[in-house]
Ligand binder design. Structure first.
Ligand code: GAL
Length: 703
């Protein structure tokens, strides 16, 4: 049996619908308002376990029967949740050993959500049972078009350190290493007297007196991601068994740290994402663009679903600024531009009680005479007209390597410096995006030769497969940039001996002797940080013509770079590395390989990216003729060019065509802040074009 199509003729539009929070009289109003807002998909039952199974093995499906029938009668489709993300009180009472344990040995209590250990056999079997009961009851319900397994795996508990997790970790290690000897070799246990005599002696990296074993910690990160995936796969297997033709999803969380989405993505029929950019962050739209590109890339270009976003304020931050007027629309179009075929929200009706009652919703506390409701209705009606975009592909000009092993490893302690991996990657994405390029993310171990530009930021753990793919891209003609702290260790976190950079030394024509991090305050994990200067950072003077005639600031980092066969394009001008290379370039095969031995501020990142673009021959479409007030996003999907003004001043379009949203001529059209234009038809661009057959041909408009 083949899967039914996951998307409809027009983009999905809707949100989490939690009818169990309201008396049934309210449901009639819900569906009537859903119809008037153009809602065609809702996710039902995400946190309804305690009402669906009020006692072990006793189900109460009557209310859900009535809710689904009502939705169906009103033409609203259902993404039905398996409801396993919040075990009910009876479950924690009967199986207290299923409650998760923190690194410090604290067993967490029920009374919130996600209070389960992913390795708990009791949890696993209860989740499978509930999934089966729901699949058997609703698998043939005409409203159900998709299964929504669990919710945001790992959001609150992504690592559990209990005895059950320890046992499962040992099984995972046995399968990976087979013998205790090979584990000892991989973990380097000769250091600090850690040699294990048997697998039974191994524990998770619980709180220790000094640094834990780094490879043990990385293996525990990998194990924990796999363990959550195993929870998903067990539920998915049950659903496939009962309803082999209904697509299955589970909602990812953008660039979430603790789960390696590259290993998950092949198992998910529909990639779906929850993203809550902070409206108080002026860089929020830039960071969000990265998360959207990641979703498209995880699905290898397949359409994905924006499963959750807020209409205005969230309530999870210390201060929750609402989205600006129009911002929910602008950010929704950003998702569509970058490959989403559906826009949904958390949640349909704003809760009156519970922990999230001050979180915005499609239908606010104040009802329909509200700004938010009007914005929701407008978006719903516009999306209803955009059927032609469904299934169209978004084409990228550059690849950016994004790797969870490197992320986990470079954020460990006991390093030259503990870094924030996202802060090393996001500025490159932001610079490419602001230059008008669209970026695919990649783990870096696949064929990259079709990309005119490949950027490899701080790939700390470099595998041979990654080194080979990056080298092959440069040889085939890509312009490759590799940045500091790449190729420092192998998959077991053993140092690459003989100068850092491992297998990329040949490609780049340089090798690294010593790391020289600068003293001072550093960026720390948090929001998606697209520019290092958003924090106060230590700097070192760097000079190179790529950056203009003046010396610029290298930020946070320096390294001693030895050149074998590359040209030096910038040098450090002060400190102990004064006179040493900061930036090198080697002509390599048909392409080029650049190495950057420091980090850069926003302006200088843009300057280097401009150099790479010029060298690659990619012609960038800049469809607006003014706009100095911030980020104006341009992305082409199918034959439609999206122009989204996330800035603070209006821009004027200089592109011929018709704006699909206003039906106006696009040439001379003014786009206000938070405004959007969808210009069509545009000449389609091809994937994998090169300088010689460039197809984004429209000439930049004069300023
Ligand atoms: C998500 C979650 C939703 C809701 C939302 C609030 O993490 O899946 O259930 O809590 O955040 O922003």
């Amino acid at each position: 049996m083949t899967l039914r199509p996951a998307f409809a003729d027009t983009p999905w539009f809707g949100g989490d619908y939690n009818p169990e929070q309201w008396p049934e009289e309210v449901w009639e109003e819900d569906v009537e308002l859903m119809r008037s807002a153009g809602v065609n998909l809702v996710t039902v039952g995400v946190f309804a376990w305690s009402l669906l199974e009020p006692e072990e093995g006793r189900y109460e499906f009557g209310w859900l029967d009535r809710a689904l029938d009502l939705l169906h009668a009103n033409g609203v489709r259902v993404d039905l949740a398996t409801a396993t993300a919040a075990p009910p009180p009876w479950f924690s009472e009967s199986y207290p050993e299923s409650l998760p344990v923190t690194v410090d040995g604290v067993r967490l209590s029920p009374g919130s959500r996600q209070a389960y250990c992913p390795s708990s056999p009791a949890y696993r079997s209860a989740a499978r049972r509930l999934a089966r009961a729901l699949a058997e009851r609703y698998g043939s319900h005409p409203a159900v078009v998709m299964w929504h397994v669990n919710n945001e795996y790992g959001c609150h508990v992504s690592r559990c350190y209990c005895d059950e997790s320890a046992a499962s970790f040992r099984r995972w290690l046995k399968a990976k290493y087979e013998t205790i000897g090979s584990l000892n070799a991989a973990w380097g246990t000769a250091f600090w007297s850690q040699s294990y005599g048997s697998f039974e002696q191994i524990l998770p990296p619980r709180a220790t007196p000094a640094f834990p074993n780094p490879t043990q910690s990385l293996d525990f990160d990998r194990f924990s991601s796999d363990e959550l995936l195993a929870c998903f796969l067990e539920e998915k297997a049950v659903l496939r068994d009962v309803t082999p033709d209904i697509p299955v999803t589970t909602n990812f969380m953008g660039t979430f740290r603790n789960v390696d989405y590259w290993t998950w993505a092949p198992h998910v029929d529909v990639i779906s994402d929850d993203l809550y950019p902070d409206p108080a962050d002026p860089d929020a739209a830039r960071g969000a663009a990265l998360a959207r590109d990641l979703m498209r890339s995880l699905g290898r270009g397949k359409p994905w679903l924006l499963m959750e976003q807020s209409t205005a304020a969230v309530n999870m931050r210390p201060v929750n600024v609402p989205k600006a007027p129009g911002q929910l629309r602008a950010l929704s179009y950003q998702a569509i531009a970058r490959g989403a075929d559906g826009i949904c929200f958390f949640q349909w009706r704003q809760s009156a009680a519970g922990a999230e009652k001050f979180h915005s919703a499609m239908l606010p506390h104040a009802g329909t005479e509200t700004r938010i409701w009007r914005e929701v209705v407008r978006l719903g009606s516009e999306l209803g007209e955009l059927g032609d975009l469904v299934g169209a592909s978004t084409q990228a000009h550059a690849a950016l390597v994004f790797d969870w092993d490197s992320r986990w490893a470079i954020e460990q302690t006991g390093l030259p410096a503990t870094s924030n991996y996202l802060a090393l990657v996001a500025p490159w994405h932001a610079a490419l995006t602001e230059a008008g390029l669209t970026v695919d993310l990649t783990r870096g171990d696949e064929d990259l030769t079709a990309y005119p530009i490949v950027i490899v930021p701080s790939l700390f753990v470099l595998t041979d497969a990654q080194a080979k793919a990056i080298d092959a891209a440069a040889r085939a003609g890509s312009v490759v940039l590799v940045t500091s702290q790449t190729g420092v260790v192998d998959e077991n976190l053993h140092a690459r001996l003989g100068g850092y950079l491992g297998g990329l030394q040949q490609t780049l024509g340089v090798w690294i002797e010593e790391f020289w991090p600068l003293g001072g305050a550093w960026a720390r994990p948090g929001a998606i940080p697209v520019a290092p200067e958003s924090t106060v950072a230590p700097t070192v003077r760097v000079r190179g013509s790529v950056f203009g005639p003046e010396a610029i600031d290298g930020v946070e980092w320096s390294e001693s770079v030895h050149v074998r066969d590359a040209t030096v394009r910038a040098v450090f001008e002060e400190g102990h590395l004064s006179g040493w290379p900061a930036l090198t370039r080697k002509a390599h095969g048909a392409g080029a390989a650049w190495y950057l031995a420091t980090r850069l501020g926003r302006r200088d990142t843009a300057a280097l990216v401009a150099q790479l673009i010029a060298e690659s021959g990619v012609h960038v479409r800049t469809p607006f003729i003014d706009g100095e007030g911030g980020f104006v996003e341009t992305v082409q999907r199918g034959d439609t060019l999206f122009v989204i003004n996330h800035g603070t001043t209006a821009v004027t379009l200089g592109e011929e065509g018709t704006d699909l949203l206003s039906n106006a001529d696009s040439l001379g059209l003014v786009i206000e802040p938070q405004g959007v234009a969808l210009i069509a038809p545009m000449e389609a661009c091809l994937a994998g074009f090169r300088a010689t057959d460039s197809v984004i041909a429209s000439a930049p408009m004069p300023k």
